[in-house]
Design a binder for this molecule. Structure first.
Ligand SMILES: Nc1ncnc2c1ncn2[C@@H]1O[C@H](COP(=O)(O)OP(=O)(O)O)[C@@H](O)[C@H]1O
Ligand SMILES: [Mg+2]
Length: 333
């Protein structure tokens, strides 16, 4: 799928923007252009820009969606380095602002195509200082563009792969992923990637006060707990599960479904080299979503029944799990 639009400054465009989508069916003869209407932008924008869009009926058909109200709405998540929050320079690694410039983006693209950037450089402060400026003729500004480009690509790839791994949970505990592709933009050197996914018409855990939290049916928290257990079995660690904006209940008034969103910080089993010092098992324990979720719920006074915790604990019969499991530790106290 390819999207053509004027700009990704969706904050200003959201109320009026319509995006032209070219759906790539793999068969160039049947590729068609669709237009989706931006309804609202979810703020703040961090590593990506998330927009609620309305799909035209023929795109609903092309994507094999059913015809209900929510299937005409979708969430459009674009990973555009131009709008990355890291550019503001408020983080521990990047202390000064690095505003986007077309010339720098174009130079970074050219250098990338010419193989002037080492592929194995990690995205840390060394990435910027390691490169021999004189030898490569690369300017500092373009190196920063490469840094931001890689960061955006990394978030996109993690999220897309996480959705693929979690296919069996799509439409249940995580949104359905409808399509992925690149956005073609005017006056840009690169085409940022996007994910088009199911819109969850609901409310986030962060938006609920303590009384409202206790009105959520308890089995929905249990389902979230089960989902968090299933993630690592399917090769995914979410890594941002304690962020209550990433847990949605739908519909808002009388929730019947609990959904985890935002896999942009995920760790994937497939990305950990087999010979890595920290293997997947250890990585998985360190980032154990279910434990983190359990502790977060405890702090919110949400009780996950012991019977459920214990039954899941049996799944984690590996001794290395047991030594670190908060549930074992609590039992021993
Ligand atoms: N599938 C979805 N359905 C409904 N709202 C969503 C969905 N995905 C994202 N959002 C909204 O957009 C916000 C930002 O999306 P998110 O995926 O969490 O990205 P990030 O936190 O990295 O900016 C969420 O907090 C939520 O309000
Ligand atoms: Mg989020």
């Amino acid at each position: 799928m390819r999207i053509v639009m004027q700009d990704t400054d969706i904050d200003t465009l959201a109320s009026v923007a319509s995006f032209d989508l070219a759906l790539d069916t793999g068969d160039t003869n049947t590729a068609s252009i669709f237009s989706v209407l931006a309804i609202k932008s979810f703020l703040p924008h961090t590593k990506s820009q998330t927009v609620l869009v309305r799909l035209p009926p023929h795109l609903v058909t092309a994507l094999h969606l059913s015809d209900s109200y929510c299937d005409h709405l979708a969430v459009f998540k674009i990973y555009d380095p131009c709008h990355l929050n890291n550019r503001q320079g408020k983080g521990p690694l990047i202390r000064s602002p690095h505003p986007w410039r077309l010339e720098a983006e174009a130079l970074a693209l050219k250098n990338r195509q010419l193989g002037r950037y080492a592929n194995n450089k990690r995205l840390n402060r060394n990435f910027v200082t390691d490169i021999d400026f004189k030898k490569t003729g690369v300017t500092g500004e373009a190196i920063w563009e490469e840094h931001f480009y890689r960061l955006s690509q990394k978030c996109y790839t993690k999220e897309r792969k996480a959705f693929e791994c979690l296919k069996e949970l799509q439409g249940i505990s995580v949104p359905r992923m409808y399509a992925t592709g690149c956005v073609s933009l005017d006056n840009r050197a690169i085409s940022p990637p996007f994910i088009l996914m199911e819109y969850i018409d609901g409310i986030s855990l962060a938006q609920l006060d303590s009384l409202q939290i206790h009105n959520i049916p308890s089995h929905l928290f249990e389902r979230l707990y089960f989902a968090c257990h299933r993630f690592p079995e399917l090769g995914v660690a979410h890594n941002d599960i304690s962020n209550t904006t990433n847990i949605l209940f739908s519909p808002a008034q009388a929730p019947v479904r609990a959904i985890v969103i935002d896999f942009g910080h995920a760790t994937l089993e497939s990305e950990i080299p087999a010979d890595a010092e920290v293997g997947w098992q250890l990585e998985l324990i360190r980032r154990h979503d279910a434990s983190i979720f359990f502790r977060k719920m405890e702090r919110l006074s949400v009780v996950i029944p012991n019977s459920i915790v214990e039954s899941q604990e049996q799944v984690l019969s590996n001794p290395s799990y047991c030594s670190l499991s908060p549930f074992r530790q609590r039992a021993a106290d």
